[in-house]
Design a protein around this ligand. Structure first.
Ligand code: SAM
Length: 267
């Protein structure tokens, strides 16, 4: 148990260090893969520059004017801003991030986007979300759950803050086959969303055990070494190491990005 706690703390610190150290996000190379031209036209340059997600959950979240949304691991605020446009000023969107500097950046981007009056960024951890029970209609997230060393706890927290009947809509990476131990032990590969990724069946089971219903996992897209190279979390050396350690047929399929939807039941 003590060993596990130390391991969890080590991962948490490594993730915080890695995201504090990057000079920018993935920029247009990342957003071009996932966001529509219409969405990109709604975003200030800073939010695009700091994009670090692995997909785009917002068009799938069915957001309606007036809804309250939580964006878990909001980073530079790209999805928070897109969600804020959909819920409008009668709704509200809270971005939650581990790092103060990410929250500060996201605030600046929300201001540039003109949605600052109904967005808010809070420093906090997905494993202890600083929100009241049943306080939001929808939780969105993009490339974040995989970073948690306590994923069941993070999902339980998401369920707690959702109102009964509330929806979860996220994009994350999953892995089909176990990665080599050196990759699994690489902090860069963990911070890059690869080493901490669950198998799809494990993710589904965790959601079910948390009490979620109407679980769907789809929109599968391969995430390979060419995609990893777009993110500042991976150095050229780490990419090279993965190329050497992984069989050739895995080079363009290290992990899979998936859209995960689920509902907190009414009772
Ligand atoms: C891969 S980036 C994704 C950022 C954003 N969702 C996007 O699409 O650009 C992961 C973000 O999650 C944050 N993060 C990492 N661990 C976290 C935790 N335990 N709780 C909350 N945020 C966390 C990081 O600081 C980082 O901003």
């Amino acid at each position: 148990m003590t060993h596990d706690l130390m391991f969890q703390e080590e991962i948490r610190r490594a993730v915080a260090r890695a995201y504090s150290a990057i000079p920018s996000g993935g920029g247009e190379a990342v957003t071009r893969r996932s966001y529509s031209a219409e969405e990109l036209a709604e975003l200030p340059a800073g939010a695009v520059a700091w994009a670090l997600g692995v997909g785009d959950p917002i068009p799938h979240a069915g957001l309606r004017p007036g809804e309250a949304v939580l964006d878990v691991g909001s980073g530079g605020g790209i999805d928070t801003i897109l969600a804020a446009r959909r819920v409008g000023p009668e709704g509200r969107v809270i971005g939650l991030d581990l790092l103060d500097e990410m929250c500060a950046r996201a605030r600046e981007h929300a201001r540039a986007a003109g949605v600052e009056d109904w967005t808010e960024f809070r420093r906090g951890e997905m494993e202890a979300i600083p929100l009241a029970d049943s306080s939001v209609d929808v939780v969105v997230s993009n490339g974040v759950i995989n970073l948690s060393p306590r994923k069941s706890r993070a999902l339980a927290e998401i369920s707690r803050v959702l109102r009964p009947g509330g929806r979860l809509c996220l994009v994350d990476l999953v892995v089909d086959e176990e990665l080599p131990p050196t990759v699994l032990g690489s902090t860069a590969a963990w911070a890059g969303c690869v080493s901490g990724a669950l198998a799809e069946s494990v993710f589904r089971n965790k959601l079910r055990k948390t009490g979620f219903t109407d679980i769907s996992i789809g929109e599968r897209l391969p995430f390979g070494l060419s995609e990893a190279a777009l993110y500042p979390l991976f150095t050229p050396e780490v990419i090279e190491q993965m190329r050497e350690l992984l069989p050739a047929q895995r080079h363009e399929n290290v992990a899979t990005s998936v859209l995960v939807k689920a509902v907190r039941p009414l009772a």
